[in-house]
Write a protein that binds this ligand. Structure first.
Ligand code: UT7
Length: 319
């Protein structure tokens, strides 16, 4: 049994930080950041918690869908930067929405929303759920080394959500893959204080080989789009909208060139938000929907990639 996307939602923290503000305490500039990444600003949590962002995006998605929280059969949250390791972020969302369905998290870094969608689809296919809320929420600013100009200028905080319902022709195609590599992009976990631990734990901040991720990202997007189109027996040119992970404008423009698709079919949100990890895709999808850019019957390719190295792609038809 397929599914339909009923509605989407998104949320950003209030505080917007421009590139110029970062250059007040880092050896960087608006010129470097914008020309190398396409990012002009990012939103950062100040008083907001990640729970707040996840709930705000979820409430908006429920409202757009005309679904009450009590009608949900499942909540899946994608995050790697939750307010708490336990319970799952999805449980906090369920509590604040007043939902009583099962709720758990999926961790697949920047590809997390696509992996979470696949989990949700599985529940629907097995008849275990009819309506599912999928929310991706990230507070990347808590995982950054704010003295490392090579990484901290790239990320921001935000959330995006979608409600899906059983019935419909989605997915037209789906593909997930992992090229195991635990070093290229990494955030170490809790150090803890076990008296038995003898090995030194690394500090819990993000480290990354940017050039490697860049190359991986361009290839991942292009290979995935071709695979999705081929699996659905359509041409790449027949895809109406491309919602790719928002890591770097240069990654997006190289992918556009290699795929030979019109530039304006590729959604861009990173100029305002930076990289909000797994929230990028549902955030961008919500932007598309809210600007009335989506028509019934349109095809949309979602491609997420990132730490893992995980890649997830979905080819969808808009309701
Ligand atoms: O969700 C996936 C997350 N991963 C990504 O988004 C990473 C994808 N990769 C990228 O976006 C790019 O590789 C970066 C934006 C991270 C870096 O761009 P680059 O063109 O690959 O630059 P680079 O790392 O080769 O650095 C070039 C120079 C270096 O200086 P030297 O050694 O040439 O003197 C860096 O130290 O730029 C310097 N640099 C900066 N300068 C000013 C690095 N960061 C900054 C900065 N401001 N913020």
């Amino acid at each position: 049994m397929g599914f339909t996307i009923l509605g989407t939602g998104s949320a950003l923290p209030k505080r917007r930080v421009s590139n110029d503000e970062l250059s007040e305490f880092l050896d960087t500039s608006d010129e470097w950041i914008f020309t190398r990444t396409g990012i002009k600003s990012r939103h950062v949590c100040t008083t907001e918690s990640l729970d707040d962002l996840a709930v705000a995006a979820s409430e908006q998605a429920l409202q757009t869908s005309g679904v009450d929280a009590s009608q949900l059969d499942l909540i899946v949250c994608s995050t790697t930067t939750g307010d708490h390791l336990v319970p799952a972020e999805a449980c906090a969302v369920a509590e604040r929405l007043g939902a009583t369905c099962p709720a758990f998290d999926v961790s697949a870094a920047c590809a997390g929303f696509v992996f979470a969608l696949d989990v949700a689809e599985g529940y629907i296919a097995r008849g275990r759920a009819r309506r599912v809320l999928i929310v991706a929420a990230e507070q990347m600013t808590r995982a950054l080394d704010w003295t490392d100009r090579a990484t901290c200028v790239l990320f921001g905080d935000g959330a995006g959500a979608a409600v899906i319902e059983a019935g419909g022709e989605n997915p037209l195609a789906v593909e997930l893959s992992t090229s195991p590599d635990a070093e290229t992009l990494r955030v170490p976990g809790l150090a803890g204080s076990s008296p038995y631990k003898t090995a030194q734990d690394r500090e819990s901040v993000l480290s990354m080989n940017g050039r490697r991720v860049f190359k991986f990202g361009v290839n991942a997007i292009c290979d995935m789009v071709h695979k999705l189109a081929s699996d659905a027996s359509i041409a790449v040119e027949d895809i109406d909208h491309f919602v790719f992970h928002q890591a770097n404008e240069r990654i997006l423009s190289q992918a556009v060139k290699r795929l030979g698709v019109p530039d304006d079919c590729v959604v861009r949100t990173l100029r305002e938000t930076g990289n909000i990890s797994s929230a990028c895709i549902p955030f961008a999808l919500d932007r598309l929907a809210r600007t009335n850019a989506l028509n019934a019957g349109d095809t949309i390719a979602l491609v997420g990639f990132g730490a893992g190295l995980d890649v997830g792609g979905y080819l969808l038809r808009w309701k």
